[in-house]
Design a protein. Sequence first.
Length: 451
Amino acid sequence: MNKNRFSRRKFMGMSAAAAGASLTAKTMLMDPEPLFALPQSVAASDRIRFGIIGIGMQGSNLLAESIELPGVECVAASDLYDGRHTLAREITGKPSLPATRRYQELLANKEIDCIVAAVPDHWHRQVVVDAVTAGKDIYCEKPMSHSAADGVAMVEAATKTGRIVQIGAQRVSSLICAKAKELIAQGAIGEVMLVEGWLGRNDPTGAWEYPPPTDLSSETLDWDTWQGVVPKRPFDPLVFARWRCWKEYGTGLAGDLLVHLISGMMFMLGINEAPRQAMSVGGILRWPDGRNMPDVHATVYYYGNLPVYMRLSQATEMPETYRIQGSKGILEVTEFGLSLTPQTGKDSGPSYYDTSFPRAMRTAYETKWHQENDPKIGQEPMPETMSFRGPDYDDMKPHLWTFFQAVRSRKPVVEDAVFGHHAALACHMANESYFRKTAVYWDEASKTIKS
């Protein structure tokens, strides 16, 4: 079944890979990490048994990818919608897979080593805190938190219990982002001066206009529990399927798309802190369907003194791209490759300001400039753009593998609760700035977003 399951990113990559085959610069293909060059038989004592909480759109993909990893087995599933109990059994090929509406049963199950959770944002804090308190390691989908306060509580719980928490923004496990990180660390683009990132969609599915399951009802779904502690509303299948549209349950474009750009940027630049300041603009411009989260959202940040500009849209298709600008060149990173364009940062000829000089002075200046700067014949520099292209590579499986290996080894992960919290804070600051209509900043002393 899983061989026929395609993520949106992988589907979009098929055409992008074909279109990007013509680069005039030197292009190098990157081989994927040998993550799966492993013994396919694992001792029973070393098998990781996980339970999955939430088997929706993302959860079903996580489940399908996880069970393909060597030595990893799903032994139980939980979802508030009964149809996803059936789905979990179909994906795992286990007709008798235990499935329940109460995720607490998975936390109490001593046969379960860890949890994979893909639930709506407003449930992240409760599920993560409950899991680590119960002694379970947990992989939690992005963004880590639904609010800054939730994130603070989640970090405290992870620190107190010592359990492994990995957040599911997979760019930190991308071969392409790892290569970008290496080039930046080597000084290939010099000092980083500005970072831009963008990602856009232009279709109903990309705008979360998901069709609800046709059998959804108050009998097949525990609607009251699903709503959690937010103000109650009558049963609404559209809210269940499209919860990202409402700030009561989700974090909008910031939590769905921006978090990927932020997490990848943090990883590539070696940043692990909240932005100092954020200022957002945007609006509900394309999808006035009752949602209260913007469908166009752009944010400017300061990370220390580094300006960062991120823009998201559900009105225009824009392939996920970073443009990292430095004093020695530009590094452009996409989902399927990266290109490095060097710059000397020097004049290529005499300054055109000399047009303001008298003729004799201009002639003397230009003669001296050429004497001091012209290269010798045959030694002219030839700046060359370097491009790296990956194979058909999806970072979800390696990201999951990192988590399960950490459960085995107890070694720390990159995208732990602290990293996840800092990435989520950038999203919360973007949303807070949008709704407050002013710049906001993170106050570490009070651990709150202020304006």
